[in-house]
Design a protein. Structure first.
Length: 183
């Protein structure tokens, strides 16, 4: 595997020269590694959601999602296409930038936490010594997306502590749990 990566690295250096070749190779290699982590995660979430919807349908004595594909297996893909083409309606008094940016601000730390999760020996995107500290720090950043959700009409209630207090106690409790588990 290492020989194959070295061949590709030399190929990019030959194409783009010694100045830009290694930079381009690093960018492409890391992008491929990130996609190899994120795409299975999204697929797992989509099909776990499908399983949950089918289970809820079974509990309510109905069929559940079964219209798209054989026994509804293409339903998550249909849901993703529907969400991509859905109209974005911004509330009248909200900041459009914050309204669009806040969900990204919540999702990005959750995805960035997977960078230090090892999938096997020597199979990790970022091998850092303080991995547990990184996970705790990056996952506690997700609360800022909740704070800046931009759905309120006035600036004074948007950044008030009322929308954060229930969520602030969870990272504190999870840090205590991680502290005792890491010892």
């Amino acid at each position: 595997m290492t020989q194959l990566l070295d061949i590709w690295a030399n190929l990019w250096t030959a194409w783009l020269g010694p100045q830009w070749g290694p930079v381009a190779w690093t960018l492409i290699k890391n992008t491929v590694f990130i996609l190899c982590i994120v795409l299975p995660l999204f697929g797992a979430v989509a099909y776990l959601t499908l399983w949950e919807r089918k289970l809820i349908g079974w509990m309510q004595i109905r069929l559940g999602p079964n219209r798209v594909g054989p026994i509804g297996l293409l339903q998550p893909i249909a849901d993703a296409v529907k969400l991509m083409f859905k109209e974005l309606i911004v509330p009248a008094g909200a900041s459009k930038f914050l309204f669009v940016f806040a969900p990204m601000l919540t999702l990005m730390p959750a995805l960035a936490a997977w960078a230090v999760i090892p999938f096997g020996p020597e199979v990790v995107l970022a091998d850092i010594n303080a991995g547990l500290l990184y996970v705790m720090a990056i996952t506690s950043m997700g609360v800022y997306g909740v704070i800046s959700r931009a759905g309120h009409r006035t600036r004074s209630t948007r950044f008030s502590g009322r929308c954060v207090r229930p969520r602030r106690s969870f990272p504190t409790k999870s840090r205590w749990v991680l502290r005792w588990c890491a010892c």
